[in-house]
Design a binder for this molecule. Structure first.
Ligand code: NAP
Ligand code: MG
Length: 478
């Protein structure tokens, strides 16, 4: 019998008021039940928001150093739980064990950044004397924050939102993705272990479509930090906008890589493999379009196909696996349909497709070329290990095609031509730009967010990672 996971509300583990559970499948084993989680109801969300609102009255007034100490203990517990958590992440979303370890490491790096940044942030305002008036700027936490996260980075994304929210004095109700309740509950356990006061962090599992309304429309919830698809982000923005509830939305992408004739082709191919097939192509910053200069198009394709041939697709817990399954049946069906559609629209399949291994939801690293701007594979986010390759005439056309997207999350260029690289940096319409580095590269000091329909509100990390969670008050005393 698999584990039954509980909600964590007001410092206690509890069942949903409705008494319903849902099964969570290991995507490497079709039909398996990895664990069962609470199919929570709006009533459960209401209770969690109530607990968070109550806890806010004291947490918001807890000294910054104490809040930092609590987050520090949480990060220590996270470092200690690295291997156990990585295993849970791999079992429930299918990424390889090394990718899951990398996710925990990324969360630790970002968490430590936020912890240090908080000291500077809290100390930045010094009073000024203007005639008989003393003036200063005061920071205030908002209140209860709703955190809604996706399954692809189930623990890193929630940390990137939750830790800044807690450090600035807010309390949190966390609704994880339905594919990944196990890692969410593990994280809640770490908050419990680190001695965070009851109600400061609460975790309620269940379907977003059933719980979203309640969380977003509750007047006690002052902000929603969401990562997920543009489609759901738009719904959240419309609901939140009616009540002026603050939003931070990190959304989808269709990230382009441009490869010039003078590029180091081996480096460009490695970057395609890393960012096109890492986490089975399920990074929001995955490279999903490649725009090649004609001179190198053939050589690049040969190298990329040769590289795909030696990739090992299989069990995510096997250390030698290069790519695990996609996250679950809905992902698998969507990616399979997108591959079939690309073929029917005339794109040429150079490698990959659906795997013959039917034990799990396996898709091979998949490469199409001959992709034109009219094909859906050029514009629609597939969120799977599928790379769409086009040939472009020159840099003008490369930039025009790269920017021809509703999305603008990340991008990259491979070239040794400084002028071309700098023109790309100036003209590319994306929140992240990379020269001779793959599109998923990031550091916590710089903003993580998208342009156009890839994001809304202040980005995570960087200077705005904490800023999103505070109100500012100008104070004048005569
Ligand atoms: P999703 O379907 O949009 O779901 C994201 C979260 O929203 C899940 O927790 C989901 O719950 C919840 N949700 C669904 N419907 C909702 C509603 N009506 N109201 C409130 N919440 C609702 O996205 P996903 O499939 O988990 O993740 C993949 C997407 O995330 C891709 O588009 C990817 O590009 C994007 N992403 C973006 C970033 C970034 O930083 N820009 C990072 C990672 C991923 P359920 O699971 O219960 O449906
Ligand atoms: Mg699962």
């Amino acid at each position: 019998m698999s584990d039954v996971l509980q909600n964590y509300v007001n410092g206690a583990w509890c069942d949903s008021a409705g008494g319903e559970l849902f099964d969570n499948e290991n995507p490497a084993q079709r039909g398996s039940v990895l664990n069962r989680a609470q199919a929570s109801t709006p009533e459960d969300v209401d209770a969690a928001v109530g607990a968070a609102a109550e806890a806010f009255t004291h947490w918001s007034r807890t000294p910054v150093t104490e809040r930092q100490a609590a987050v520090g203990r949480f990060l220590d517990a996270l470092a200690e739980g690295r291997e156990e958590l990585a295993r849970i992440v791999s079992l429930e979303n299918g990424k390889t064990i090394n990718e899951s370890r990398g996710e925990v490491d990324s969360a630790l790096l970002e968490g430590r950044h936020h912890l240090q940044q908080m000291s500077v942030f809290a100390g930045e305002s010094s009073p000024r004397v203007e005639g008989d008036v003393t003036a200063w700027e005061q920071l205030h936490p908002l209140g209860v924050i709703g955190v809604i996260s996706p399954w692809n980075y189930p623990m890193n994304v929630m940390c990137r939102k939750t830790l800044p929210a807690l450090l600035t004095g807010n309390t949190v109700v966390f609704k994880p993705a339905s594919f990944t309740p196990g890692s969410a509950v593990f994280m809640a356990g770490l908050f419990e272990k680190s001695g965070l006061p009851s109600g400061v962090f609460n975790c309620v599992t269940g379907r977003g479509s059933a719980l979203g309304n309640q969380l977003i429309k509750d007047p006690r919830v002052r902000a929603i930090s969401f990562t997920g698809s543009t489609e759901v982000g738009r719904k959240i923005q419309i609901m939140a906008g009616e009540d002026f509830t603050r939003t931070q939305l990190e959304l989808g992408g269709k990230n382009a890589m441009i490869v010039l004739a003078d590029a180091d082709l081996d480096a460009a191919v490695e970057a395609t493999v890393k960012a096109g097939f890492g986490c089975s192509g399920q990074w929001c910053t995955s490279t999903s379009r490649v725009l090649l200069f004609p001179e190198i198009a053939e050589a690049y394709m040969e190298k990329l196909v040769a590289r795909c041939e030696i990739m090992r697709v299989g069990d995510p817990l096997d250390e030698s696996t290069s790519m695990g399954p996609v996250a679950g049946p809905s992902q698998f069906d969507g990616i399979s349909a997108a591959i079939a559609k690309a073929q029917s629209e005339g794109a040429r399949l150079q490698f990959g497709g659906v795997s013959e291994n039917a034990d799990g939801y396996y898709i091979l690293p998949t490469v199409f070329d001959g992709v034109t701007r009219e094909m859906s594979i050029f514009s629609e986010e597939i969120f799977g290990p599928v790379v769409a390759v086009s040939t472009v005439k020159n840099l003008d056309e490369a930039l025009e095609w790269a920017n021809d997207s509703i999305y603008g999350l990340s991008s990259s260029i491979f070239t040794n031509d400084m002028a071309a690289a700098m023109r790309y940096v100036r003209e590319i319409e994306s929140g992240m730009a990379h020269v001779n580095i793959h599109s998923g590269f990031k550091t916590p000091e710089l903003p993580f967010g998208g342009w156009k329909e890839s994001g809304f509100g202040p980005p995570e990390n960087g200077k705005t990672g904490l800023e999103f969670f505070v109100e500012r008050k100008a104070v004048y005393v005569a």
